[in-house]
Every structure is written in structure tokens, then in C-alpha cells.
Design a protein around this ligand. Structure first.
Ligand code: ATP
Ligand code: MG
Length: 572
């Protein structure tokens, strides 16, 4: 199926949910969760996961929790929590009740771990982490049992208590589940449940000296919150037997807690070409100054896309079109651009902005005169209305709409040529002035035909081209930031050198991903445009007012070009 076709059949997760609801499983309830780790801003992949989790619950009358998976105090921060909440809401979703935190369950998780120790299902190991890793074996060779594996329960209980109270050094002890060192699944070879970290936590402060691992915390948090369908990405497929093992062990002594019984379901993570989709790498781009912060409009973060001018609807649409796959794949960035174009084409008012201005003087138009022309806002929107645009003797037009010696097929302006000025008159180009030293054209001179006014044209004159313009004395100067792909390679993380060593993805950063134009001339009506207002600059693309704008300083971000210019380029 092509990426652009709408998918109306059920995806495999919807199929599972429908089957479960039909079978009366868990009392025919669906409760999902979105579990971000607050260690960075959300990106497009998270947007996909948010739309999937919240979308499933919406479709089947269920609920979705927002749970911060804050089990690693070293990389996490409160500022990320706030940014994540803002992004989820902006996408158009509201979670059930208050947000949750895995750290809210630290006491409960500790209690459960103690119970597992008592039942001979967990033990404190004093082997070093490196040694533990070595002793795990390989996928084809069984692991070795730790010398501490069969220590008395009481000893493990006492040591676990000491780990908790902060008496033991980092790295000296861990708590491990006691499963099977010979299991073909490496994750079942006595996985670590707790490690010692003498580190301040953004919510629990200095209360804890041990922190649970993802495998231990995640499934139990799902169980505590009565999550029915725990949707995650494919790399966790191999963790699923462990997820189930923990739930089963808990069920041995606390049936209530694992009813409903959470079920982990994996889908392929979203990958998009010409970008990177990992918080660790995105953080690197921010910290090393390759971009201007997490919300730089070139970033694939939700906040970056928002600032770039993307709408929530366009991202939800994108997530829908991408679909839910069971195998890893690569989505074309142009699909994302298609989605925002489709939305803005219907909703963004058209305005005139001259990105690279050159002066045009209409010699037969009276000096000092100005007239208000009524120009249609959006031909795609019946209720779009029209606006007033001032016209006068001195205008700006796009420098590349004029050629000194144009070829035949150039339907814009050149000596002796005629074009229509959008919403105004037909003009005839008479002459131009050129700076001899540089060869730069400085002024174009034209005459206009008064009987060719748009909407009232009685002349019968025909021209092949229409160009946009602004009135020089009325225009407002703006800054425009043009963006290109952040990477010049479709898969920057997927390259090796001659020795087979991975090449740093940063080698593929596109040096021209940002071009700033500081003398853009826009219609005066844009003077009071507010951050996040979106427009189509006629013939130029979609643009959005940047949050750097202030009284007297207008800054626009280019959201997307009018057409898929890359498709055109690659055909050449
Ligand atoms: P990253 O690798 O960027 O750090 P992560 O998976 O570590 O991502 P989390 O905050 O742990 O980030 O993820 C929260 C949720 O978002 C998880 O359920 C995760 O599976 C999902 N998610 C993360 N990245 C993607 C992606 N590229 N596509 C789909 N879902 C994703
Ligand atoms: Mg993570």
C-alpha cells in the first residue's frame, strides 16, 4: 500500500484489542499508558506512540495514563516533565486524572522485591557489574551462576535493607531475580532488579539509594495502574518473557494487583529519513550547539515541529498514515511534509511577501497616491474572505521574477515584457537600472494599464504570468528563516568506515540547513501577526511567525515549501 493511501482496515493492535474486548478479557476494559522517561523532549516517534496509545483508548472507550518513567535519577529532570506534558496536550490528548510517576511506586516496588526475596525468587549479588555481564554468557552459551545465588534468604534481606538505607557503595551490590542462567533468552538470566545509586532524584529527593531497573519497574507500574494493553516498541519484544515472569510471580501472592493482567504488545518504532530519532542524539545536537535548543525548528521534536509551524492535526494525520507495523521500516520525510501541506493548504491565509526584494517603480502612477486593493485570502477556503492590500507607485518584487535577458519561456518580467501584479494591474516593463561595478540590477521601471485592475479588467489584455509584490512605503521588514533537512544523508546513523567502524552521524549534518534572510518585505497587514500564526506566502511556501518575534521585530520560520521540491530535484 502506498504511504498516501488512507488505511481503513484494523491494524494488528486494534485487532488484538477488539478480540480481547469481544472475549470479555479484563471485564472488556481497555486502559493504555504513555510512559516517557523525562530525560529529554519528545520527538516524532513519541508523537506516534502518543497517537497510538491515546487513539486506541479513544476508539474503544477506554482510558490512557501519562506515566513518567523516572527510574534513572542521573539523566532526568523536572523541566523535561513540564515540556512533555505541554507536548501531549498540544497534540490534542488529555490523560486520565493526574499524571503518574514510576517513582510514586518506589515503596510498593521495594515491598514486592522483599516478597520475591522471601520466596526465593530474588537475591543480593556482590559480584561486580562487569563480572555479572561476563558471566551472563552469550546467546549460544549458557551463563554461569553467581557464587551468591544460593545465599540464605535472610542474608539477602539484610543486605537489601542495607542497600536501601545507603550503607553500601555504588556498584558493590545489586538485587537480581533468580530465574535461569541457562535460559536461551538472555533477559531471563537472573536480570538485575535494583542497583545502588547515591543520587538525588528530581521527585524523591535523597530518600532512595537504590533505583529499580526498567524491567522491574515497568510491568509492575502497569499492574499498579490497572493497565490492560502495554504498548511499546519492538526492542522490548525479547523482554516480554521477563515482563510476564514478574507479573506471574506477583500473582502468586497478590492476585488483586495483577488483575487486570497487563499485556505487553510491541510495534515497530518510527524512523524517518534525513533525521535522527533518539533523545540521546538529539541532546547531543543541543549540547554541542549544532542546533539552537530542543525546539529548534529543524529538530524532529514535537516542540521543534510546533515552532516550525506544524499543526497538531498534521502530526496526528502523519501518525495515522504511517500506520502500525510489526517490522522496522523507514518513513520518508516527504510524507510528513505532505501532511502539513495538506492541512495548511486549507487553513493558512495567503499573503504576499517578497523574500529577496528589488524595487519596481511604476512611472505613470501618481506620486504620493495609494489605493486599497481587496485581495482574496484563500481560494481553497470559501469562508476565507479577503483583505486590503495597499498599492502605490513604488513596489518591491522578487529579484528572480526579473531577468535582464529572459528566455522565451520565462513568463515573468523582463524588458518589454508584461505581467499581472497579483490582485492589482498588468504592467509593462520599460527599463531597468544597473550598478555597473557589480552588475546588480537596482531598480526596474514599468508602466501600468489603469483598465486592467483585478476584478474590473475591461482591457481584454492577456498575460502569461502573475507575480506577487508589496508596496514599498507600506511594507514591513521581516526576518525569514529558511530550513532544509538537518542531515544531508537519508540514514545518518547507518554508515561504517573502511574498518567497519560506525561513522559518527554528526558527520552528515547539512551545513545549509538554516539560511536567514533579513530583508524580507511583507504586506503591512502582517505587522501585528502573533507567534505561531501561519500563512502561505504566495508562490513561496508556508511560513509561521516565530516565538523570537517581538514588538517591532517580525521573524518567520519556513514551515514547508509549496510543492515537494525534493521529488523534483531527484527526478532531474
Ligand atoms: P529514545 O530512544 O528517543 O530515548 P525512548 O524509547 O528511550 O526513546 P521513552 O521516553 O522511554 O523514550 O519512550 C516513551 C514511549 O515512547 C515508549 O513507549 C517508547 O516505546 C515510545 N517511543 C519512543 N521512541 C519511539 C519511536 N521512534 N517510535 C515509536 N514509539 C517510540
Ligand atoms: Mg528510554
Amino acid at each position: 500500500m502506498s504511504q498516501l493511501e488512507e488505511n481503513t482496515s484494523l491494524n494488528f493492535i486494534e485487532q488484538i484489542v477488539e478480540d480481547d474486548l469481544g472475549d470479555g478479557k479484563n471485564g472488556s476494559v481497555i486502559h493504555t499508558r504513555f510512559p516517557p522517561e523525562p530525560n529529554g523532549f519528545l520527538h516524532l516517534g513519541h508523537a506516534k506512540s502518543i497517537c497510538l496509545n491515546f487513539g486506541l483508548a479513544q476508539k474503544y472507550g477506554g482510558k490512557t495514563n501519562l506515566r513518567f518513567d523516572d527510574t534513572n535519577p542521573v539523566t532526568e529532570d523536572t523541566s523535561y516533565v513540564e515540556a512533555i506534558k505541554e507536548d501531549v496536550r498540544w497534540l490534542g490528548f488529555e490523560w486520565e486524572g493526574e499524571e503518574h510517576y514510576a517513582s510514586d511506586y518506589f515503596d510498593k516496588l521495594y515491598e514486592l522485591a522483599v516478597e520475591l526475596i522471601k520466596r526465593g525468587k530474588a537475591y543480593v549479588d556482590e559480584t561486580s557489574v562487569d563480572e555479572i555481564r561476563r558471566m551472563r554468557g552469550t546467546p549460544t552459551q549458557p551463563g554461569e551462576e553467581s557464587a551468591y545465588r544460593n545465599r540464605p534468604t535472610e542474608e539477602s534481606l539484610t543486605l537489601f535493607e542495607k542497600m536501601k538505607s545507603g550503607e553500601l557503595a555504588e556498584g558493590s551490590h545489586v538485587l537480581r531475580a533468580k530465574i535461569d542462567m541457562a535460559s536461551p533468552n538472555m533477559h531471563l538470566r537472573d536480570p538485575i532488579m535494583y542497583r545502588i545509586l547515591h543520587h538525588h532524584h528530581h521527585r524523591t529527593g535523597d530518600n532512595w539509594h537504590i533505583y529499580p531497573t526498567y524491567d522491574w519497574a515497568h510491568g509492575q507500574s502497569d499492574a499498579i495502574e490497572n493497565i490492560t494493553h502495554s504498548v511499546c516498541t519492538l526492542e522490548f519484544e525479547v523482554h516480554r518473557p521477563l515482563y510476564d515472569w514478574f507479573v506471574e510471580q506477583i500473582g502468586e501472592f497478590d492476585q488483586e494487583m495483577v488483575n487486570p493482567r497487563p499485556q505487553q504488545i510491541e510495534f515497530a518504532r518510527l524512523n524517518v529519513n534525513y533525521t535522527v530519532m533518539s533523545k540521546r542524539k538529539l541532546l547531543e545536537l543541543v549540547n554541542e550547539g549544532y542546533v539552537n535548543g530542543w525546539d529548534d525548528p529543524r529538530m524532529p521534536t514535537i516542540s521543534g515541529l510546533r515552532r516550525r509551524g506544524y499543526t497538531p492535526a498534521s502530526l496526528r494525520n502523519f501518525a495515522e498514515r504511517v500506520g502500525v507495523a510489526k517490522r522496522d521500516n523507514m518513513i520518508d520525510l516527504s510524507l510528513l511534509e505532505f501532511c502539513i501541506r495538506e492541512d495548511l493548504n486549507k487553513t493558512a491565509p495567503r499573503v504576499m511577501a517578497v523574500l529577496n526584494p528589488i524595487k519596481l517603480v511604476i512611472t505613470n502612477y501618481p506620486e504620493g497616491k495609494a489605493e486599497d486593493l481587496s485581495v482574496e485570502n484563500n481560494p481553497e477556503d470559501e469562508n476565507g474572505g479577503s483583505r486590503i492590500v495597499p498599492f502605490s507607485r513604488e513596489l518591491y518584487i522578487e529579484r528572480d521574477d526579473f531577468m535582464e535577458d529572459p528566455p522565451k519561456k520565462f513568463f515573468r518580467l523582463g524588458p518589454g515584457r508584461e505581467v499581472r501584479l497579483k490582485g492589482a494591474y498588468i504592467i509593462h516593463c520599460d527599463s531597468f537600472e544597473k550598478e555597473e561595478a557589480t552588475g546588480e540590477i537596482t531598480t526596474i521601471y514599468a508602466t501600468y494599464f489603469p483598465d486592467t485592475k483585478s476584478g474590473e479588467d475591461t482591457s481584454g489584455k492577456k498575460v502569461k504570468g502573475t507575480i506577487h509584490w508589496v508596496s514599498a512605503p507600506h511594507a514591513v521588514t521581516a526576518e525569514v528563516r529558511l530550513y532544509d533537512r538537518l542531515f544531508s544523508d537519508p540514514e545518518p546513523t547507518n554508515h561504517e568506515d573502511d574498518q567497519g567502524e560506525p561513522i559518527d552521524y554528526k558527520q552528515f549534518i547539512n551545513p545549509d540547513s538554516l539560511v536567514t534572510l533579513d530583508n524580507v518585505q511583507v504586506e503591512p497587514g502582517l505587522k501585528n501577526a502573533q507567534p505561531f500564526d501561519r500563512f502561505q506566502f504566495m508562490r513561496k511556501g508556508y511560513f509561521c511567525v516565530d516565538s523570537d518575534s517581538s514588538e517591532g521585530k517580525l521573524v518567520f520560520n519556513q514551515t514547508v515549501t509549496l510543492r515537494d521540491s525534493w521529488a523534483k530535484k531527484s527526478k532531474k
